[in-house]
Design a protein around this ligand. Structure first.
Ligand SMILES: CC(C)(COP(=O)(O)OP(=O)(O)OC[C@H]1O[C@@H](n2cnc3c(N)ncnc32)[C@H](O)[C@@H]1OP(=O)(O)O)[C@@H](O)C(=O)NCCC(=O)NCCS
Length: 400
């Protein structure tokens, strides 16, 4: 019988978790269980399984998440826990699962998909594109790390949540990429992060000044390095007490290396650059897929309206985007942006989904694509104003 893909049901969940456990060498079964069950929007039907001769031989989970896009929000499917039984690999099972996942995401109004992977080629062949991010390389400095004092670093407590969420929202404001995190999601994140790598310590620290939480950080300490998973630091100097605590903690384990993924324009990176000679190197494990052009554009209309109010208030020319065969008309009458169907009268800008996603996410590849195309100048200007370069931002703590 041919292998078949279907949605997982509760009665076979243990079988799917056992399979994930077999497929990943270093990740415990407990992690997969909590990663899914603890997620506030989890449903067993978000997992797809491939069966061969009655046995589950592959599975993946489509986490239902929402990305911040300036003032807008867009839903996406976060592809996680992709696992094929070691005895059944290289028979196209991952491919079958991913194709079915795209169908499911389209049916569920998830216009985008995001994932993080060590094997990008598996996903590139099914339509995902790399999103360049930046990985920190640093060594903890020796000697005194001078600072003004008056701050206390202590472990996060549930009552800190509103303050922590407020700092997160301030840092994420205006950015494209950070996830929308509900209070339940914050707590769930701490549940699964603790279980991902046995033997590592995950710390959720808050920085307190006169009883007010003014910064936070989530880090993971192994025998080799300390990794920043999320850094809620809005002002450079607030990172100094954290750096002191991290260094002392790392030293107890004989660790001097500091890593993580940081936004190049973040205050935290600025401080680490000055105090820990930190540099950033490119990373390409994060990937994005366009499931629906109309969906992707319509979900971010509030932000597009805001951008044009700031940068292009007068009505612009209607034009159409044609992205790998799906076309959408963009009309910009006064104080509005309307996404519709092309009527054939407007200029058409042809983009591949990779080029469109670069433009949409504010990545440098977007403008490089526009530079290489023969677009009517008034449309080109408008496109650049609607989609300014605004480097994508994400935190490793949001695993999926
Ligand atoms: C990665 C994994 C899911 C692939 O499953 P699979 O069923 O063997 O993959 P498929 O046979 O469907 O192959 C799909 C494509 O990916 C390629 N591919 C498969 N495994 C690959 C690997 N480890 N590295 C690079 N490419 C790979 C195949 O050549 C194929 O390419 P094509 O479509 O151009 O022919 C499986 O090896 C696995 O479970 N690994 C351990 C867990 C893991 O790493 N999961 C992914 C975490 S993001």
């Amino acid at each position: 019988m041919n292998p078949t893909v279907s949605t997982l049901t509760l009665d076979r969940r243990d079988e799917a978790l056992d399979l994930a456990d077999r497929a990943f060498d270093d990740t415990p079964r407990d992690y997969f269980e909590r990663h899914q069950s603890a997620d506030p929007s989890w449903d067993v039907a978000q997992s797809l399984v491939v069966e061969d001769a009655g046995a589950i031989v592959g599975q993946l989970w489509i986490a239902d998440r929402t990305m911040r896009y300036g003032i807008a929000r867009t839903r996406f499917g976060g592809i996680a826990d992709v696992a094929v039984d070691p005895a059944h690999r290289n028979r196209g099972h991952a491919r079958r699962l991913l194709d079915a996942a795209v169908e499911q995401m389209r049916a569920n109004d998830q216009p985008l998909s995001l994932l993080s992977t060590g094997t990008p080629t598996v996903y590139a062949s099914r339509g995902w594109h790399a999103v360049p991010t930046a990985r920190l390389q640093a060594e903890f400095p020796g000697g005194d790390i001078e600072w003004a004092g008056g701050y206390v670093v202590r472990p996060f407590e549930a009552r800190d949540l509103p303050a922590v969420a407020g700092i997160y929202a301030d840092i994420a404001a205006d950015r494209v990429g950070p996830l929308e995190r509900s209070e339940a999601y914050w707590l769930a994140m701490m549940d699964w992060l603790q279980r991902l790598r046995p033997g590592t310590q995950v710390h959720f620290d808050v920085l307190v000044q006169v009883r007010t939480v003014v910064a936070y950080a989530i880090t993971e300490l192994s025998d080799d390095e300390m990794t920043i998973l999320d850094g809620g630091v809005q002002y450079e100097n607030l990172a100094i007490p954290l750096l002191n605590v991290w260094r002392a903690r790392a030293a107890e384990r004989g660790v001097s290396r500091l890593t993580g993924e940081l936004h190049p324009a973040s205050e935290l990176f600025d401080l680490l650059r000055k105090r820990a000679d930190a540099t950033l190197e490119p990373a390409r494990h994060y990937m994005v897929r366009l499931n629906s052009l109309h969906g992707a554009l319509e979900s971010v209309v509030p932000e597009l309206i805001r951008r044009r109010r700031r940068m292009a208030p007068l009505p612009g020319p209607p034009f159409a985007l044609n992205v790998d065969g799906e076309a959408a008309r963009i009309e910009t009458p006064l104080a509005n942006v309307i996404i519709g169907e092309p009527d054939g009268s407007e200029p058409v800008v042809e983009l591949t989904s990779g080029q469109f996603l670069d433009l949409y996410l504010g990545l440098p590849g977007g403008y490089e694509a526009l530079d290489g195309l023969d677009i009517p100048p008034h449309v080109d200007v408008y496109l650049r104003r609607l989609f300014p370069n605004s480097p994508f931002m994400y935190w490793n703590a949001d695993r999926f």
